[in-house]
Design a protein around this ligand. Structure first.
Ligand SMILES: *Cc1c(COP(=O)(O)O)cnc(C)c1O
Length: 227
């Protein structure tokens, strides 16, 4: 295993600890998800050996393949962070422990329809941009979506998720996410998770109150190019 990977992981974890301290937050309330998309399953294996237990993928096929290949690794949680398609709901549900990207009733209904057994943890993805073509529900519609998903027996609303826009101070954008998180908690009081913060903005996300960070390249190194 490359010691560079261990070094980058340790460096990011030190920066997370610094940001938590600066914000007066308990590290125990922050889950660091390593985003491994486009990297081979062997990288996930190496990360697991370094103690990583939460990994994120944004494509269903890649998630399914890696989960199958690494089924023997204990205590590994798979977070699906990509756009979910309704016709892939069964596969997503089979492979993901948490789905971060529920942004419309249709995808929630599709995930619910294929559910049996334990409820699936889901986050409501909020669009922090003005571009309605981007993933995520508009902040004005978060409350209605939360009410809809809360009514689905096989899904458990845990909170909200967002990606900060590229053209705005992330701290400013994350304030809107925090307000959406507050709105969701008026509907589902136990929905306390806030998934935010990537390589370029995780300190700001921690300052805002993020509970789940999705960090890729700062830990994995650059992603292999994928067509
Ligand atoms: C790829 C990705 C990340 C991680 O991005 P980095 O900038 O490499 O940390 C986080 N969230 C989502 C939704 C992603 O697609």
């Amino acid at each position: 295993m490359s010691s560079a990977l261990a070094d980058r992981l340790a460096d990011v974890d030190a920066r997370i600890a610094d940001a938590a301290r600066a914000a007066g937050r308990d590290l125990a309330g922050i889950t660091r998800i390593v985003v491994t998309k486009f990297h081979p399953a062997s990288l996930v294996r190496d990360l697991h050996a370094l103690g990583v237990r939460d990994v994120g993928e944004n494509r269903q096929q890649e998630l399914t393949a890696k989960r199958d290949e690494l089924a023997s690794l204990p205590d590994l949680r798979w977070h699906f962070i990509g756009q979910a398609q309704t016709n892939k709901a069964r596969a997503v549900r089979a492979a993901a422990d948490v789905v971060h990207s529920v942004d419309r009733s249709r995808i929630a209904d599709a995930l619910d329809a294929v559910g049996s057994g334990d409820p699936l943890d889901v986050l409501l993805q909020v669009n922090l941009t003005d571009d309605t073509g981007r993933g995520g529900v508009a902040p004005a519609e978060v409350e209605a979506l939360a009410a809809h998903v809360a009514g689905l027996a096989s899904l458990r609303v845990r909170g909200v998720m967002a990606v900060a826009p590229l053209d705005e101070d992330p701290a400013h954008a994350f304030e809107r996410l925090r307000r959406s998180a507050d709105v969701v908690r008026t509907v589902v009081p136990e929905a306390t998770w806030i998934s935010a913060g990537m390589t370029g903005d995780f300190p700001e996300a921690i300052a805002m109150g993020a509970t789940h960070l999705r960090i890729g390249s700062a830990i994995t190194g650059p992603r292999p190019v994928r067509g």
